[in-house]
Design a protein around this ligand. Structure first.
Ligand code: BGC
Length: 447
C-alpha cells in the first residue's frame, strides 16, 4: 500500500501535545498546570505511592521547548506535511488572567518555523493541562470555565494568526472520565457529581469556543477531537450485550451526540437524569455545533460483560490481557478492524461533517540497540490500521486525513515514560533523537 492510494489531497501528519513533550515546566514565566501538580501528588493521604508510575515527572520529557526545530525537521523528513500540537494554557496565562509574553513568543516561533519549512500547523487549544489556579476555583466543574476558556482562546487566535486549523478540546471523555470520575488523571477528582458537571461544561465549551473563533475570523477551520473506542460484548447473551451497549454509551456517545445535535442519551441510563440539574434552558441549542471537522482518536477495542457487583451500572470491562496476547505496552489489544468499525459508526450518523483521524498509533518498550530502534510491531500496526482505514474510505466514509500518534516519545500521563508511542525515539537523559524503523517506514510510504 502507498499513501498515494488515499488521494492527492489526503492530509498526512503526526501529533504531539504540550504537557507530554515540552518539559520546561517552569521556564520563562509559565504557570503551574494541574499536571505539574499531579506529578508530585501521592495516591492518598496515607500512601507513599505516587500518582504517576515510577514517580516520573513531565518536566523531564522530550524538551520540545528547546528542540522544536529538530522535531519539526524530523516530521518533514518523513514526508508529513501537517503537524498537530497543543498550546499550554499556563504558558499563555500563568495565573489564568495575565498574558505571559514569553509564552506567546514561544508558540509564535513554533508556528513560524512550521510555516518556514512548509508544514501546516494544526493547533489544539486544550490537551488536558489546565492552569492550577483555575482548578482551585473548581476547574471543569465550574461553569465559569466557559469565560476562562474564551479569554484564553481569544488570546491564542488573535496572536497566532498564521494558524488556520484549530481544535478546541482533546478527547473530553478521557480528561473528564479519568480526571473527574476515576481520579486517575489530573486533577484527581472522583464521583458522579464532578463527572456530570465537568462533562456538561466540556461539551458546552466546544460550541462556545467554535462560535467565538468564527466570530473573530470566519475563515478559520475549527474542529474538536473525540476519543472513540470500538466496544463489543464478550458473547451474545442478552445481559452482556446490554452491558456493552451501556459501555458504548458512556465511552463514545455521551461526549459526541450532544455536539451533533442529538442531546444526551438520558432516557437510556437512569443515572444520566442527574445531568438535568446542570443544564440551563439555552444549553440544548448551544451544545449543537457545526464543526468544520470531527477529529477521531482511536487505538483499540474494548470488551464488556455484565457484572452484578457493580452497584450502579452493572458492567465490567474484560481486560485485553485476559483475552489475547496481541498487546501494546499499554496492555491495549491490537485489533486493526476496530478503526474501521469506529469510522463506519461515525459515518452512520450522517452529520455531513468531514472526519479526520487526529490520533492513532501504538506504544512499545522500544530499546535503542546499536543506534537503531527495530519496532517491527509498530510498522505492522500502522500498516494493518491504514488498510482498515482505506477499506472504510472505499466504502464511502468521508475521511480527509490521518495523524500518527506520536511524532516523538513522550510523557504518557499516569503511565510515566515507559510506554513509548513515538516515530522518533527520545533518550530522556541526553534528549538525543533517533528515527525509529517505523519512521523510516513512513518515509517510504509517504514518498
Ligand atoms: C491522548 C494522548 C495519549 C494517547 C495514548 C490519547 O488519549 O490524546 O495524549 O498519549 O491517547 O494514550
Amino acid at each position: 500500500m502507498k499513501a498515494t492510494e488515499f488521494g492527492e489531497s489526503f492530509i498526512w501528519g503526526a501529533a504531539i501535545s504540550a504537557a507530554q513533550t515540552e518539559s520546561a515546566a517552569m521556564a520563562d514565566g509559565k504557570g503551574v498546570s494541574i499536571w505539574d501538580e499531579f506529578c508530585l501528588a501521592q495516591k492518598g493521604l496515607f500512601s507513599s505511592k505516587f500518582r504517576i508510575k515510577n514517580k516520573h515527572h513531565l518536566n523531564y520529557s522530550s524538551d520540545f521547548y528547546v528542540h522544536f526545530k529538530t522535531d519539526i525537521d524530523l516530521l518533514k523528513s518523513m514526508g508529513f506535511k501537517h503537524f498537530r500540537f497543543s498550546i499550554a494554557w499556563s504558558r499563555i496565562l500563568p495565573d489564568g488572567e495575565t498574558i505571559n509574553p514569553q509564552g506567546i513568543a514561544f508558540y509564535q516561533s513554533v508556528i513560524q518555523y512550521c510555516i518556514d519549512v512548509e508544514i501546516e500547523p494544526w493547533v489544539t487549544l486544550y490537551h488536558w493541562d489546565l492552569p492550577a489556579v483555575l482548578e482551585k476555583k473548581g476547574g471543569w466543574t465550574n461553569r465559569a470555565i466557559l469565560d476562562w476558556f474564551a479569554l484564553y482562546a481569544t488570546i491564542c487566535v488573535t496572536n497566532f494568526t498564521k494558524v488556520k486549523q484549530w481544535m478546541v478540546l482533546n478527547e473530553p471523555s478521557v480528561f473528564v472520565g479519568a480526571g473527574y470520575f476515576f481520579g486517575i488523571h489530573a486533577p484527581g477528582k472522583t464521583g458522579f457529581n464532578n463527572f456530570f458537571k465537568a462533562m456538561h461544561h466540556a461539551n458546552l465549551c466546544i460550541g462556545h469556543i467554535f462560535r467565538l473563533i468564527k466570530s473573530i475570523n470566519p475563515e478559520l477551520k475549527v474542529g474538536s477531537t473525540f476519543s472513540f473506542t470500538h466496544v463489543e460484548s464478550i458473547d451474545d447473551q442478552n445481559r452482556n450485550v446490554n452491558a456493552a451497549f451501556l459501555a458504548d454509551l458512556l465511552i463514545n456517545r455521551l461526549f459526541f451526540e450532544p455536539i451533533i445535535g442529538l442531546g444526551y442519551p438520558k432516557e437510556e441510563i437512569k443515572i444520566l437524569k442527574q445531568i438535568e440539574k446542570y443544564i440551563l434552558p439555552e444549553d440544548a441549542l448551544n451544545l449543537k455545533t457545526p464543526l468544520d471537522f470531527i477529529g477521531i482518536q482511536t487505538y483499540t477495542r474494548e470488551v464488556f460483560k455484565w457484572n452484578p457487583l457493580n452497584p450502579v451500572l452493572r458492567i465490567k470491562q474484560v481486560p485485553a490481557k485476559l483475552r489475547t496476547t496481541e498487546l501494546t505496552a499499554m496492555d491495549w489489544e491490537i485489533y486493526p478492524p476496530s478503526i474501521y468499525h469506529v469510522l463506519k459508526k461515525i459515518d452512520a450518523y450522517q452529520t455531513g461533517i468531514p472526519l479526520i483521524i487526529t490520533e492513532n498509533g501504538m506504544a512499545l518498550n522500544d530499546k535503542l540497540v546499536e543506534g537503531e530502534i527495530k519496532d517491527d510491531k509498530r510498522i505492522a500496526y500502522f500498516k494493518a490500521h491504514l488498510e482498515q482505514v482505506k477499506k472504510a474510505i472505499n466504502e464511502g466514509v468521508d475521511l480527509k486525513g490521518y495523524f500518527a500518534w506520536s511524532l516523538i516519545d513522550n510523557f504518557e500521563w499516569a503511565e510515566g515514560y515507559h510506554p513509548r508511542f513515538g516515530l522518533v525515539h527520545i533518550d530522556f537523559a541526553s534528549k538525543q533523537r533517533t528515527l525509529k524503523q517505523s519512521g523510516h517506514w513512513f518515509k517510504l510510504f509517504l514518498r
